[in-house]
Design a protein around this ligand. Structure first.
Ligand code: 5GP
Ligand code: MG
Ligand code: MG
Length: 171
């Protein structure tokens, strides 16, 4: 039986998202903000984050997949492209977790082709141990050294996305 160890509670997530939402609202006050959520892992985070941002903004999603089980395949497949026009707009990528950094690097390169005015990254979790590329998270909600986490949108083989908090999964 897999074991779930509570890492971040619903209350902690809520409190931190309120802070990050306020910061984004201030930083993007005079900008043309478009949130782009990276599917599927960001869908719960995105839904909560957008409601903590008080300025007008638009949302879109892009589908990118890199994982099978707990080991990175090193391959990124785009399964959905954003629908909105991004030229000259201020894009904030919303990602569940940055691990090696390869996914966000490739997504950033891909979005740059649409000529946005700016691209920044907001990640629910910034996980450090396995970082392979030099890429910064502009808005990081939580930092983690290592581990494999599930819940709050994050899966293990497509399961456990529905858990309301964030858990360390021990198989
Ligand atoms: P990266 O390209 O940065 O190595 O990995 C990015 C993607 O791998 C994340 O967006 C996420 O979907 C998945 N991933 C990385 N670490 C974890 C983890 O601890 N738990 C889960 N569920 N997914 C992870
Ligand atoms: Mg992801
Ligand atoms: Mg996944």
């Amino acid at each position: 039986m897999p074991e779930f160890i509570l890492l971040i509670s619903e209350q902690e997530i809520k409190k931190q998202l309120k802070k990050i939402g306020q910061k984004i609202s201030i930083d993007y006050k005079d900008k043309d903000l478009v949130l782009i959520g990276v599917l599927k892992g960001s869908f719960v985070f995105m839904a909560d984050l957008t409601r903590q941002i008080s300025i007008d903004h638009e949302i879109d999603f892009l589908g990118a997949s890199s994982y099978k089980g707990t080991a990175s395949t090193g391959q990124i497949v785009f399964t959905k492209k954003p629908d909105l026009e991004l030229e000259n707009r201020d894009v904030l990528l919303v990602e569940d977790i940055m691990d090696t950094g390869n996914t966000l690097l490739k997504i950033t390169e891909f979005i740059k082709k649409s000529n946005p005015k700016s691209i920044k990254i907001c990640a629910l979790i910034d996980k450090h141990e396995r970082r392979e590329v030099k890429i910064d998270v502009d808005y990081s909600c939580f930092s983690l050294e290592k581990g494999f986490i599930v819940g709050y949108g994050l899966d293990y083989d497509e399961k456990y996305r529905n858990l309301p908090a964030i858990y360390d999964l021990k198989l």
